[in-house]
Ligand binder design. Structure first.
Ligand code: ADP
Length: 749
């Protein structure tokens, strides 16, 4: 029997262990060992596999890192390469920069923040010459070098100068400084602080520029002196020419009044008109030189623009008539007529534009039109246009014609005389008045010149011609061959409440009389192509017209004795106020008064003393002209040769009237007038009327003339009628009237 054996029993039982058991135990041990081995093998295998994976990863990593290292190395080489190239480029640039800086003739230097010279070109260093300023030297040392005999300190102490120069660098903005060197050169220093405190200094040699500037300054001074001399010369020359011209024109006028053959009259008239034309040219030259020297002044005063325009038209009427041109005025009926402006200059502008229009128009008409509108401030913006049907101006010429001495030069207008200054003066005058001029033109068709101005009305009276006596006429008939004339007249009449029938000729008028008559007033033009004015009047009268007829004529004097059946002859273009007055007169007819004998002369007239007239005039010829002009006057005349004599003679002669030339040697007319006024005031004497005789050149001095106590003035060349009228106007009650000629032409002072 086999008993189970426990472990405690084994050792005890070892001797009894069977071989089989020993074998089995060994086999088991071997199996266990084999299993363990197997196990370990597997573990080893797994470890190996892991190891080899690691190894492979490591090797991949190494390969990659090697790649990376290689690429980095490549990059590094590139960077190194770039760096080298950049360095070399920078070196080249720096070298070029310095070469460039060396080549410039101006000095260039850089001081560091401690004011040490770190770089400078030879031009800069050369400034210091033998004083040898070098790189590393201080700014102060450079100043010492300059102040030690190189720079001209212009009397300043060297220390002060250096102090001032260093103080200059402490300012926020360093102003350029010009230093004159003892060798005559001028150097301008431009200094600028850099961000790091560096000071960049440029030294520019401006010697040539300074010399040029000095030359220019000298040339400018010379030119100004020459211009002043020219203006003075022109003003003087104008006076000098004017004085003998006064003699020529005055004598010619007197000559025309004597008994002459037809030829002689033609010669004398030519002398007079040529003289007057010459004076116009002198005035142009004088005005132009004044405008150019900005010496022209305006003297605004209230005046009647419409009247001014009509006066210009009337003045140009004879020339227009010679050519058969119609002069037409269209003054906006809703505008006032009185404005504040310089009337003399306004007349000059209008004369220039209308004069040109007449000059450059062979057939047709010249129409001056004034329209305008009231601005918020009560002033008026006026547009004045002068339209003609003349030769016109080519487009390429248009922009030049307002320039001085510019005439449209071709065969077509070489036949026109003129200075070429008129439009230049016009443009400048209008500009001076704050306005602008313009022109539209069509060659062969005509031109339209215009200007725009803002003017204050002189007084607020509506249309200026307010009907104080209302017009009672209701129906008017207008006969005129020119359409624009009919339109203007119709508009004017309509503002006075009339209804108007317009006709082109006598036949139409007669027909209108039958169909639309009767009329309260008939207005007919004088010069019409088919049936003229008087014939039209006759036709109308025989067709039964009973209304008063007004004849409008551009040549009222030539109409002769008033043709039968005509109530009044009115000058063309007609002034609104004049038309109104005639319509008013026709509305309130005066009873016919039998013609009266002229009042008998006062019985003591023959005994009354003659009027005493003193004329101060230094020029002998003008004295003679004056004497001849007043020869018909019954009066005592004395001449004074200058202002001083005038004052003396005023005291001894006690004149009733003094004519006073303004430009006279020793004492001029103004001074003499002042002296007379002062004496009168001091001695309580009555005020003697003084009439100045001025040249055109003096027109601008009107204020100073009037301020000197002068009452009136006449412009040379003197006109007999004007002088005689003045004398008659100032004849005092106790004196004999100076003469029939004067009395006839007397005008109120
Ligand atoms: P002037 O008349 O003395 O020659 P202006 O300055 O008045 O000088 O005019 C300059 C030029 O402009 C004239 O010469 C003329 O050629 C041209 N011109 C002026 N006005 C007219 C006009 N109404 N029609 C045609 N041409 C004109």
């Amino acid at each position: 029997m086999v008993r189970p054996v426990c472990d405690g029993e084994a050792n005890v039982a070892e001797p009894v262990l069977s071989l089989a058991e020993k074998l089995a135990r060994e086999r088991r041990a071997r199996l266990a060992a084999e299993r363990l081995l197997e196990q370990k093998k597997r573990e080893l295998f797994a470890a190996n596999a892991q190891l080899s994976r690691h190894a492979r990863a490591l090797s991949d990593q190494i390969v990659q890192q090697r790649h990376e290292a290689e690429s980095l190395k490549g990059q590094n080489v590139q960077v190194m390469h770039d760096l080298e190239r950049a360095t070399s480029e920078a070196e080249v640039a720096q070298r070029r920069l310095w070469e460039a800086i060396e080549t410039i003739e101006d000095g260039f230097a850089v001081f560091d923040a401690d004011a040490r010279l770190v770089s400078a070109n030879q031009a800069y260093l050369g400034l210091f010459g033998a004083a040898r300023v070098r790189l590393g030297d201080s700014y102060y040392r450079a100043l010492e070098a300059l102040s030690g005999g190189i720079a001209d300190l212009e009397g300043e102490e060297a220390l002060d100068w250096r102090h001032e120069m260093t103080a200059r660098l402490t300012r926020d903005v360093i102003e350029p400084k010009v230093i004159r060197l003892c060798d005559g050169r001028h150097i301008r220093f431009h200094d600028r602080r850099g961000e790091a405190g560096d000071l960049v200094s440029m030294a520019l040699d401006i010697t040539e520029a300074m010399e040029r500037e000095a030359e220019l300054e000298e040339a400018r001074a010379r030119a100004e002196a020459a211009n002043r001399a020219k203006s003075a010369f022109l003003a003087n020359m104008s006076h000098e020419i004017r004085t003998p011209m006064n003699g020529v024109v005055g004598m010619a006028e007197l000559l025309c009044e004597t008994a002459l053959t037809e030829d002689q009259r033609l010669f004398a008239e030519t002398i007079r008109s040529s003289g007057e034309a010459l004076l116009v040219i002198i005035n142009d030259v004088l005005d132009y030189s004044k405008l150019e020297a900005e010496k022209m002044r305006l003297y605004p005063e209230p005046f009647d623009l419409e009247r001014c325009l009509h006066e210009v038209m009337l003045l140009l009427q004879p020339r227009a008539r010679e050519k058969g041109l119609k002069l037409i005025v269209d003054f906006d009926i809703f505008l006032p007529t009185r404005f504040v402006a310089d009337p003399g200059r306004m007349r000059q502008i209008l004369t220039n534009l209308i004069g040109n229009a007449v000059k450059f128009t062979a057939t047709g008409h010249v129409l001056a039109r004034v329209v305008g509108l009231e601005l918020a401030g009560g002033e008026y913006e006026l547009h004045v246009t002068v339209e003609d049907t003349g030769i016109g101006i080519a487009p390429e010429q248009i922009e030049h014609i307002f320039g001085e001495f510019n005439q449209v030069e071709d065969q077509s207008n070489r036949k026109f005389e003129g200075t070429g200054l008129g439009l230049a003066i016009t443009r400048q005058l209008v500009g001076l008045m704050g306005g602008a001029v313009w022109v539209d033109s069509e060659p062969g068709q005509g031109s339209c010149f215009g200007f725009k101005l803002v003017l204050a009305p002189a007084e607020r009276t509506g249309t200026g011609a307010g009907p104080d006596r209302p017009v009672l006429l209701r129906k008017a008939l207008v006969v005129d061959d020119i359409h624009i004339n009919r339109v203007i007249l119709q508009r004017q009449l309509e503002t006075y409440g009339l209804s108007v029938t317009s006709c082109r000729n006598a036949a139409e008028a007669v027909a209108a009389l039958a169909s639309a008559g009767p009329f309260d007033v008939i207005l007919t033009d004088h010069a019409m192509p088919e049936t003229d004015g008087p014939a039209t009047v006759a036709a109308l009268r025989s067709a039964g017209a009973t209304a008063p007829i007004l004849l409008l004529s551009s040549e009222p004097d030539a109409v002769g004795d008033r043709p039968a059946g005509i109530a009044a002859v009115l000058p063309k273009p007609i002034l609104r106020s004049q038309l109104l007055r005639v319509l008013q007169d026709l509305s309130y007819p005066r009873p016919e008064v039998p013609p009266q004998a002229p009042p008998a002369a006062p019985p003591d007239q023959a005994q009354a003393r003659p009027m005493r007239v003193l004329a101060a005039e230094d020029n002998r010829t003008n004295q003679l002209v004056f004497r001849k002009m007043v020869a018909e006057c019954d009066m005592e005349l004395q001449f004074a040769n200058n202002g001083r004599e005038a004052v003396e003679q005023w005291q001894s002669f006690r004149p009733d009237l003094v004519f006073m030339d303004i430009s006279m040697p020793e004492m001029d007319g103004r001074e003499a007038a002042r002296a007379i006024r002062a004496e009168e005031a001091a001695r309580g004497l009555p005020r003697v009327p003084i009439v100045a005789l001025t040249a055109h050149a003096m027109e601008g001095d009107r204020v100073s003339i009037l301020q000197a106590g002068i009452d009136h003035y006449l412009t040379k060349p003197l006109k007999k009628a004007e002088i005689v009228a003045r004398i008659a106007a100032f004849c005092p009650p106790g004196a004999r009237p100076p003469g029939p000629a004067a009395a006839r032409e007397a005008a109120p002072g």
